[in-house]
Design a protein around this ligand. Structure first.
Ligand SMILES: Cc1ncc(C[n+]2csc(CCOP(=O)(O)OP(=O)(O)O)c2C)c(N)n1
Length: 633
């Protein structure tokens, strides 16, 4: 990789500065942006491949529109680094995704040019349409441009937006950034439909039909369409086939355009300014564009840790450490599926992220990537379960938020045998507020029929998975992002007794009731309190959020007058709330003093997991301090 110093970029302090540069200069600026982004991500980690793919598109949008006025709405937001840099954040770009630095995603609080906060996908059409309607209601004049990827177009919400927009016939632009990739290769009928490799006889017939019809389109719009169509590098056939879908939604379809050709893009955006109804511009890009390692492995470089920018290789020396919970989960799932052929694994566009790609290789017939549609994933699983299968739905905690009603109504109400495995439960670190799995315990624990667990280590994760498949009915297991604690999984994978907690350490002065990722720090804290302060602190590994080990908790409440309950979930309605509710309902609160540690009632920003756990006091230090105060030491 040749490093390009950001000479031209240095002159861009605000979006309108881009207008000063010629198209030739913008091509140079594209290389500067590429260089800055690769260098920065190699140092801090971040989303690389999607950002490299959207550089020319971003420059063309900045050249054609006036973002002092016009509104640019990004989908998911992991492709907005060039936008951040061009809108006055070059000097802060080195703080990307670090505590107190700029976010990896657009954030309204961060810049007046971030018109909508994102992190979860497929919101841009709805949000952009809302802005377009607000503009019209206020009698204002500006453009609204939503940029959405082909992966994000696999979510139903995108079509809800298209449907409304087409029906309203307002001025509104959607740019479809099509690189044929979600994080992994995109899936489903739609991605095949969008693909320029469509060659079925049906499409060939349609092509002939449309080629004849296009000549009949009267007036200037027809001329423009013919003009674009002819100029498109791709064949006339591919010009029209994807368009049929969007034309059915009453969007004017324009494309496909080479998304790395700034001139063609600017020309197109200038042309469509005259159209007063919804337009969809179909842009073809290459994920990882311009950086060979990312172009050849866009999935790995979608979101990546630190790497050597010259080679794309992992840091030297390698990081080392224990396998991640994600890897442990994937391996245990394969082992369980070896024994039980009714296990079917479902992912919503995250085979790598959820550790299920090994399952896909081993049991291709029993693996389904449904695309980015968590709601559908859950109800699809429910359907499988009605016919005797045991679906394992592997979804990040934060994305499960999308499927709440499906979990309640389609799965739990009908007691269906669906298993939910929620990776990234708790604080995830540098992806920040949009990605923390802060709420799952709160939004799941009150649902009847559901069993809910969180493991303290890798072995317990394996055993909880075995427990999940051993019972008949809905079960959810949540586990943290990152490396395990170094406990290997017993291949026996023995199921746990339902609703049974584990007293790990006895004591006299106080009790810590800890859940999941907080159990080992609690144990270490208790040991240090003994060594440093002579305090005797017991530790209970709760294991189950639902059902609680009521008998043991009540017995401990009779013995300990001082307790600390700690979890990596919102304090509101989470695990500690469940314990306190039990104590109140059973009238055992008299004389009990309880402190609770967890995620406070606020959105936690980005930083490392370590920094964030420390910030909210749920690390070992926070627990020790709270106990010392509680015990008046
Ligand atoms: C609701 C939701 N589910 C899953 C994800 C995880 N995710 C982030 S980006 C991505 C792929 C997006 O693909 P696409 O929109 O085509 O953008 P590209 O990365 O290809 O530019 C996925 C699945 C998410 N952000 N939001």
């Amino acid at each position: 990789m040749v490093s390009t110093k950001p000479h031209l970029l240095a002159g861009v302090k605000k979006p309108s500065d881009v207008h000063k540069y010629s198209l030739d200069q913008l091509e140079i600026m594209a290389e500067e942006l590429r260089s800055v982004i690769i260098e920065q991500v190699s140092k801090t980690g971040g989303h690389l491949a999607p950002n490299l793919g959207s550089i020319e598109l971003t420059l063309a949008l900045y050249k054609a529109y006036n973002f002092e006025m016009d509104k640019l709405v990004w989908d998911v937001g992991h492709q907005a680094y060039a936008h951040k840099i061009l809108s006055g954040r070059l000097d802060r770009f080195s703080t990307l995704r670090q505590k107190d630095g700029i976010s990896g995603f657009p954030r309204m609080a961060e810049s007046q040019y971030d018109h909508f906060g994102v992190g979860h996908s497929s919101t841009s059409i709805s949000a952009g349409l809302g802005m377009a309607v607000a503009r019209d209601l206020a009698g204002e004049k500006y453009e609204v441009i939503s940029v959405i990827g082909d992966g994000s177009m696999t979510a139903g919400m995108a079509y809800e937006g298209l449907n409304q927009a087409g029906g309203m016939e307002r001025k509104f632009i959607v740019v479809l950034n099509d690189n044929e990739m979600s994080i992994s290769p995109n899936v489903g009928a739609l991605s095949q439909f969008l693909s320029r490799r469509v060659s079925s006889p049906f499409f060939v017939r349609m092509k002939d039909y449309f080629e004849k019809r296009i000549d009949d389109i009267p007036g200037r719009f027809g001329t423009e369409i013919r003009h674009w169509a002819k100029r498109s590098k791709d064949s006339f056939k591919t010009f029209f086939t994807p368009g049929m879908l969007f034309e059915a939604f009453r969007f004017n379809y324009v494309g496909p355009i080479d998304g790395h050709d700034i001139r063609a893009l600017v020309d197109t955006f200038e042309q469509i300014k005259k159209i007063e109804t919804p337009v969809l511009v179909h842009v073809l890009t290459t994920k990882g564009k311009g950086y060979e390692p990312a172009e050849s492995n866009p999935t790995y470089f979608h979101g990546v840790g630190k790497f050597q920018s010259e080679t794309g290789l992992a840091p030297n020396p390698p990081k080392g450490g224990f396998p991640s919970y994600t890897e442990v989960f994937g391996a245990a799932l394969c082992r369980l599926a070896d024994e039980d052929e009714r296990i079917v694994t479902i992912t919503a566009a995250m085979p790598e992220g959820t550790g299920t790609s090994c399952f896909r290789e081993r049991f291709p017939d029993r693996f389904v990537d449904v695309g980015i549609c968590e709601q559908h994933a859950v109800t699809f699983a429910a359907g499988l379960a009605t016919k005797g299968f045991k679906p394992a739905v592997a979804i990040y905690s934060t994305f499960m938020q999308r499927s709440y009603d499906q979990v309640v109504h389609d799965v739990c109400l009908q007691k269906l045998n669906v298993k939910f495995f929620m990776d990234r439960g708790g604080l995830v670190g540098d992806d920040g507020a949009t990605h923390h799995g802060a709420f799952d315990l709160s939004f799941l624990r009150h649902i009847p029929n559901l069993i809910l667990m969180a493991p303290k280590d890798e072995d317990e994760l394996g055993r909880m998975m075995a427990t999940a498949f051993a019972v008949d009915g809905p079960v959810a297991v949540r586990y943290p992002r990152g490396m395990g604690v170094g406990i290997s999984v017993d291949p026996a994978l023995l199921p746990l007794e339902i609703g049974k907690a584990e007293l790990l350490r006895e004591g006299n002065d106080a009790l810590i009731i800890a859940l999941g990722s907080r159990v080992y720090p609690a144990l270490e804290g208790a040991m240090e309190l003994e060594k440093e302060h002579g305090l005797s602190v017991a530790v209970l590994n709760a294991r189950f959020v639902k059902p609680l080990d009521e008998a043991q908790l009540l017995e401990l409440a009779a013995r300990f007058k001082k307790m600390l309950i700690v979890e990596e979930n919102a304090l509101a309605g989470g695990f500690s709330s469940a314990v306190v509710e039990l104590f109140v309902d059973r009238d055992v609160m008299g004389g009990l003093t309880i402190r609770r540690l967890g995620i406070p009632d606020e959105f936690i920003e980005h930083g490392t997991q370590k920094e964030l756990r420390h910030l909210i006091g749920i690390d070992k230090l926070g627990m020790k301090q709270t106990l010392l105060e509680l015990l008046g030491s």
